[in-house]
Write a protein that binds this ligand. Structure first.
Ligand SMILES: C[S@@+](CC[C@H](N)C(=O)[O-])C[C@H]1O[C@@H](n2cnc3c(N)ncnc32)[C@H](O)[C@@H]1O
Length: 344
């Protein structure tokens, strides 16, 4: 579909906003790190109160607040500062849905690498093979696996509850959660539905962290864990639901299809496979975040993964031997939800 040229007559503002968007990242991360939004939520309202809470001069606090007001993160009502409601919900430390640490972790991890996009695209890879070093080698180090998995729990537990509300887990008996990470999706689903058990499969150093989260939620009777590898030995069998929730964007289509086919072997006839992952619109005009993840999936000329359209996901399902593939948005700006069935 052709997009209308809405930029006719525009000056340089739009280009400046896009090219210099890193300033927004920097200012927002500073506010998160200094816990500005948490101090405001706890009642610091005037510039003087906020400056005292942050332990900096009023002039400096005013500059940070001005930046946050310019980005519509904070607003001033009768001389007192308030968080906008999404900020209050997601960036205030004691909130159950806080994910500031996750944003801080991701932004610091990737920030400087975004200077190299052109080099990444023009470099010639030494081999054509896709490179799975991101997840596989990252998790070889117990400390890195712990940091990634704990940050992942914080980022995804809210989505876990959203999925548990939208997807009827109660129609299944045995669920295999592949690349289950911290176990957050299994934990949320078990808290909301009775009648099924889950096996979380992931790499050993991740499983060690998942077990702690599962213990903490008192769910060891319903959620067991097993170390495993998508491209290693066969999965355990006898499940009626298998899921891949966000690991597959780290792989190219041939591996995605192989991983889906391997999950099919773990399922009973008629069983369901569910994928939640970054997804692009079928006409590839967005959304922004999946488009960026896809672009960042080329590093030094090598492919470290791919973000697929819904139609491509449906094709992969068919190629992996499933029927009745369907896809829809799970979060409209980012993640798709794809299901299919092993023939009965
Ligand atoms: C982005 S995390 C998602 C974790 C969890 N599903 C969630 O959404 O919070 C991807 C997970 O898949 C696991 N993973 C990726 N590739 C894997 C592979 N080849 N074998 C086993 N686990 C893998 C990683 O160790 C990691 O825990």
């Amino acid at each position: 579909m052709t997009k209308e040229d809405f930029t006719l007559g525009m000056k340089t503002e739009r280009m400046t906003d896009i090219a210099l968007a890193f300033k927004q990242t920097g200012a927002m991360l500073a506010a998160i790190e200094m816990e500005l939004f948490t101090h405001i939520a706890k009642g610091a309202g005037t510039v003087a109160e906020i400056a005292a809470a942050l332990g900096i001069d009023a002039e400096k606090a005013d500059r940070l607040l001005t930046a946050c007001k310019s980005m519509d993160l904070v607003r001033e009502v009768d001389g007192k500062h308030e968080n906008f409601s999404d900020v209050e919900r997601y960036l205030v430390k004691d909130s159950r849905t806080y994910f500031g640490d996750y944003l801080d972790y991701m932004a610091h991890r990737d920030y400087s690498a975004w200077e190299d996009i052109a080099d990444n695209l023009t470099a010639t890879a030494e081999s054509d093979e896709d490179d799975d070093r991101t997840y596989l080698s990252m998790m070889q180090d117990p400390a890195t696996a712990r940091e990634f998995t704990e940050a992942g729990y914080e980022a995804s537990i809210g989505l876990g509850h959203k999925l548990a509300k939208e997807f009827d887990f109660s129609q299944y008996k045995r669920w295999l959660d592949l690349g289950g990470g911290s176990g957050c999706y299994a934990i949320a689903a078990c808290e909301r539905h009775e009648g099924f058990t889950v096996t979380v499969l992931d790499q050993p150093n991740v499983i060690a962290v998942a077990r702690e989260f599962i213990d903490k939620h008192g769910l060891t009777e319903r959620i067991d864990t097993t170390p495993g590898e998508f491209f290693g030995p066969e999965y355990p069998t006898g499940y009626d639901l298998a899921t891949y929730i966000t690991p597959l964007q780290g792989y190219m289509p041939d591996k995605v299809i192989a991983a889906l086919a391997k999950a099919r072997d773990a399922l009973q006839p008629g069983g369901t496979v569910l994928v939640v992952d970054y997804m692009l619109k079928d006409d590839k005009t967005g959304p922004l975040d999946p488009a960026f993840v896809n672009l960042f999936g080329v590093r030094e000329g090598r492919y470290l993964g791919r973000v697929n359209t819904g139609a491509e996901w449906a094709e992969f399902m068919t190629e992996a031997g499933y029927v009745d593939a369907e896809y829809r948005w799970f979060t409209p700006h980012q993640l798709g939800l794809i299901t299919a069935r092993k023939p009965g």
